[in-house]
Design a protein around this ligand. Structure first.
Ligand code: PLP
Length: 395
């Protein structure tokens, strides 16, 4: 029996999203920018999808820009506002690299977070001034699941940087939170379909009208000149179907997956001595992400043992795993380096089951015990523990 516990990296496609996508890959191949009937059909499908996505994000259809995913949406938000307005850009220390790198590339300011991973509002106020033109604070963190008080963030921004636009990366939030309400105070909102049951390679940036933005991709003038490039019709249609299902089932899914997450974490806490649950109270984190740190164990080695037992999880953000540096999120939260080396993210999704939790609880505690025995007998650093179980790095 296997258990996939890496839904925050990518969650399986919903069958209805897959089915909706197939005709646009198989038979309906016209370019939606064309003039004939087949092109108009494709354009209509995009328009219908745009209505669904706009409703899910609480914006007008004309405020939705389809992108190739969350990374492009985040880049477009930060760089697009900066290209248009200049000034200073500001981001929280725990942002995804898709936000952090653009902020740093423009010489922006990074704001500290508290031990619970929530942005420090005093530090935010101190980082702001009238020259700040963009502030980016994510709606749910991809490693520990923390949800910041975005409306309060917006108030601080309005008070100290009245000309600034507020961007929120809602990529990890969409499955679990009513983004239309939760991101109502943001001017720009990023999402990515493969985190909520759509395909990889499609996402969107919602940009409320009046928000100044320069395009990053220029050419044929699609998306009202805000993002040129032939539309990914199949991806857009499938994303909308996945989004509609996510919104319709969200309340029930959150209740069901929340109970699974609690059983998983409580089971690990009961079985593994000294295990530390990361982040603030569970009620202040999205239900899909469980994060723990296991002192005396190195994540790389643990992930290897779990994989052998067909339990698939992650150490840090999936893009960052492979590096032996502890995650920037845990570092920003002040988790000691030695503890952060034992980070384990167990993330659940719309199709997670009790069997997944049972399997994880069956496999993880003995794997930890085995590694701790190795570590005790080796009296060496974490890398050599990884080497002893047969693996130095992850691909
Ligand atoms: N933002 C967050 C919070 C994410 O978790 C991810 C993906 O891991 C991204 C952005 C990037 O999205 P995509 O994989 O669609 O480029």
């Amino acid at each position: 029996m296997s258990a996939y516990l890496d839904h925050a990296a990518s969650t399986p496609m919903r069958p209805e999203a897959f089915e909706a996508m197939v005709p646009w890959l198989q038979h309906q191949h016209a370019n939606p920018s064309g003039a004939h009937r087949l092109a108009r059909d494709a354009r209509r499908a995009i328009d219908e999808a745009r209505d669904v996505v706009a409703a899910g994000l609480g914006v007008d259809p004309g405020e939705v820009i389809f992108t190739s995913g969350g990374t492009e949406a985040d880049n477009l938000a930060v760089l697009g506002v900066h290209d248009r307005r200049g000034g200073t850009v500001v981001g929280a220390a725990t942002e995804h690299h898709a936000v952090l790198e653009p902020v740093l590339s423009r010489g922006g300011r990074i704001v500290t977070v508290g031990p619970d991973g929530v942005i420090d509002l005093d530090a935010l106020a101190a980082a702001l001034d009238p020259h700040v033109m963009l502030v980016s604070v994510m709606l749910a963190n991809n490693e520990v699941g923390t949800v910041p008080p975005l409306a309060e963030v917006a108030e601080v921004v309005a008070r100290h940087a009245p000309g600034a636009s507020l961007h929120t990366d809602a990529v990890q939030a969409f499955s679990w939170l009513d983004v239309a309400t939760g991101a109502a105070s943001a001017d720009l909102v990023s999402i990515s379909a493969h985190k909520f049951g759509g395909p990889k390679g499609i996402g969107a940036l919602a940009v409320r009208s009046g928000t100044p933005l320069s395009p990053r991709q220029i050419g044929g003038g699609q998306e009202r000149d805000r993002r040129s490039g032939t539309h990914n019709v199949a991806g857009i249609v499938a994303m909308a179907v996945a989004m509609a299902s996510t919104v319709e089932q969200r309340v029930a899914t959150v209740a069901r997956v929340g109970a699974l997450r609690d059983r998983l974490l409580d089971g690990l806490l009961a079985e593994i001595p000294d295990l530390v649950e990361t982040g603030g109270p569970r009620s202040a984190r999205v239900v899909g992400i469980g994060h723990v740190c296991i002192p005396g164990v190195e994540s790389e080695a643990l992930l290897f043992l779990l994989e052998q037992a067909e339990v698939y999880a992650a150490a840090a953000a999936s893009c960052a795993s492979g590096a032996m540096e502890p995650s920037h999120v845990l570092a920003a939260m002040g988790v000691p380096r030695g503890v952060a080396f034992g980070a384990l993210r167990l993330s659940l999704g719309w199709c997670s089951t009790d069997d997944d939790v049972d399997r994880a609880l069956e496999v993880i505690p003995p794997a930890v015990e085995r590694l701790r025995r190795f570590a005790g007998s080796a009296a060496t650093g974490p890398t050599s523990v990884a080497a002893r179980v047969g693996r130095g790095t992850t691909p």
